[in-house]
Design a protein around this ligand. Structure first.
Ligand SMILES: [Zn+2]
Ligand SMILES: [Zn+2]
Length: 252
């Protein structure tokens, strides 16, 4: 399983020299199985870094449809996915609201927008999902590749403290043993009280989840938009001091 990160910023895209290392793009991630099957997770502005890698038959799974996760969708117009999936709600109807003049001059392209069963397969990749706490709802995805035994879980937008103990326990079972956990780390612990209910976690929450899930590695993502490279380095160091497998990934 290969993973490319297109963008890791949350909420909105930024630019400037202080964001040079970690980039200013919002979330998009490409997962490729050993058989070449490709799964694009979300379509934030980071899809522009992934465009050249996309093959004709890739599929796109959305965690949810907040703007920062579909901002890059117009970039895919000439390389549209064969299937677009959101496990909850009517994805085609939602996207058609965005792809509608005068918001955007192009209407929504034809594709398969159907919702698969609770478990789906893209080539040799097996995909499952789990609801997480976030305004308007959001799902986390688990991708397993039985042929290699590799696994990853991505929870882009998740307010861990807002999940009831039973929901947390259910998530821990869902994500257990993942080789890589990619988790919302938008806030510093001291920032969280002023942002309770905004739908995001702290790096300390992400570390606690990784430990409970016995994940091997942790990628801290969905950065607060104006978090600079220097601040992200400090955040990553603080997390790694508690959980050595934690890093703030650099987009590809
Ligand atoms: Zn987001
Ligand atoms: Zn969101």
């Amino acid at each position: 399983m290969k993973i490319w990160l297109g963008g890791a910023r949350g909420s909105f895209a930024v630019s400037g020299p202080e964001y040079g290392r970690h980039g200013g793009d919002t979330f998009a991630m490409l997962v490729e199985g050993q058989d070449g099957a490709q799964l694009l997770l979300d379509a934030g502005s980071g899809v522009r870094r992934l465009l050249s890698r996309l093959r004709a038959d890739y599929v796109l799974y959305f965690t949810h449809t907040h703007l920062d996760h579909l901002l890059g969708l117009p970039l895919l117009e000439n390389k549209w996915p064969r299937q677009l999936v959101l496990p909850r709600g009517d994805l085609a109807a939602t996207l058609a609201r965005v792809f509608s003049p005068p918001i955007w001059p192009v209407t929504l392209s034809t594709a398969d927008y159907s919702v698969p069963a609770m478990q789906a397969a893209v080539g040799g990749l097996v995909i499952r999902w789990h609801e997480v706490a976030h305004p308007d709802g959001c799902v986390a995805y688990r991708v397993d590749e039985p042929a290699t035994g590799e696994s990853m879980v991505v929870a882009t937008d998740c307010e861990w403290p807002a999940m009831a103990p039973a929901a947390q326990e259910s998530f821990v079972k869902f994500a257990h043993g993942a080789d890589l956990l990619v988790f919302d780390a938008q806030y510093l612990p001291e920032e969280y009280p002023a942002h309770r209910g905004w739908g995001h976690s702290t790096w300390a929450d992400a570390v606690a989840v990784a430990q409970r899930c016995a994940a091997k590695r942790l990628w801290l993502i969905h950065h607060k938009p104006k978090r600079t490279d220097a601040e992200l380095a400090a955040l990553g160091a603080a997390a790694a001091a508690v959980f050595p497998g934690a890093t703030v990934p650099v987009p590809d």
